[in-house]
Write a protein of this length. Structure first.
Length: 342
């Protein structure tokens, strides 16, 4: 098994479940270290009961991770296939998000025996109601919003909290609603500054001297308000999957809002805090269920498929279905949130 992409609360719960379920069949488990990089360079470690003892409550991943993409390396695909044979792997369980499972999907089409487990705090993988790690990230963001509420109210400020969400605003939506945000800005809806200002003005007219705004890192200011309506970037460097580093939309909005309203405005960027720490009970249970189901998929020869949550049941779907399109926040859910934009 391997874990790829950004670290995520609940990864160790999945690893533990895979090992413990595999041992009931008498199978040997090997951990591939540092994602796809470990399979390209053959970095492995044996995983037995002792190796996974006491890891359930730990954040991160004991196997390490990377954003290595074999398909960005000459001969990378064949190297992965050849190294799997050298290691004597009968099957591989890839635990990751859109990028990690995208690689798994391509390998599956060559006949490579791989199954997937969905991991992303962004909750943007299709075919599954929830991904593990999302609940933990939302609770961390909600707790931050709760804490910022008190200082915003005390100082009569507008406070902008930036949360993760490159293309999908699920964390912002759930944490914003749960935390009582006055406005939630997401990548799926361009930011219109006049609407932001109107919400703040309306609050002031009602005697509310502070505002809480939650914004996803991938949110964009509308073209009518900004000549180049692009995501705010930390820099222009790309990772192996072609993603830029995001961050800073909250700072930009704070500067604009303060100039337009005269209200003291501060920004807080939660960043990687949302990824860290101990997973919630929900993510521990969901990760454990995914891990057990992944082993069952291997036993049944259901390769090229991914474990998924539908309602309360764990099912499996083609990996291709999960990575073909991102799961985005729909108008119906956003309309619910708009009820509280005041």
């Amino acid at each position: 098994m391997l874990t790829g992409g950004g670290d995520c609360p609940g990864l160790n719960a999945v690893i533990r479940a895979i090992v413990r379920k595999s041992l009931t069949y008498g199978w040997e488990c090997i951990g591939i270290e540092n994602g796809w990089k470990g399979l390209m360079d053959i970095y492995t470690r044996p995983l037995d009961m002792n190796a996974v003892s006491g890891i359930l409550q730990k954040g991160g991943t004991i196997l390490g991770t990377s954003r290595t993409n074999p398909y960005k390396s000459d001969g990378g695909e064949q190297k992965v296939i050849d190294n799997a044979k050298k290691l004597g792997l009968d099957a591989l369980i890839a635990i990751g998000g859109e990028d990690t499972l995208g690689v798994a999907n391509k390998l599956a089409k060559t006949g490579f025996k791989v199954v997937g487990v969905p991991k992303t705090i962004d909750n943007d993988l299709n075919g599954t109601d929830y991904t593990f790690g999302f609940d933990t990230a939302v609770n961390i963001a909600m707790d931050a919003i709760d804490r910022i509420h008190t200082t915003a109210e005390s100082h009569h400020r507008a406070m902008i909290i930036e949360v993760m969400g490159r293309h999908a605003g699920w964390i912002a939506m759930h944490a914003g609603i749960a935390g009582g945000a006055d406005l939630i800005l997401i990548p799926e809806k361009e930011i219109k500054l006049d609407e932001v200002i109107k919400v703040m003005d309306d609050r002031e007219k009602r005697g509310r001297t502070f505002s809480i705004i939650v914004v996803a890192e991938g949110a964009k200011i509308s073209e009518s308000d900004q000549k180049n309506s692009e995501m705010v970037l930390q820099d222009q460097k790309l990772d192996a999957f072609g993603h830029v580093r995001l961050g800073g939309i909250a700072n930009l909005l704070a500067e604009i809002i303060e100039k337009k309203t005269g209200v003291e405005t501060r920004a807080t960027i939660l960043g990687h805090i949302q990824r860290g720490g101990s997973p919630t009970a929900y993510d521990r249970v969901l990760g454990s269920r995914f891990g057990v189901h992944a082993v069952e998929m291997v036993k049944d020869g259901k390769f090229g498929r991914m474990a998924a949550l539908r309602g309360t049941e764990i099912i499996d779907i083609p990996i291709e279905e999960a990575v073909k399109d991102l799961k985005l926040v729909g108008d119906d859910f956003y309309d619910v949130a708009r009820t509280f934009f005041r």
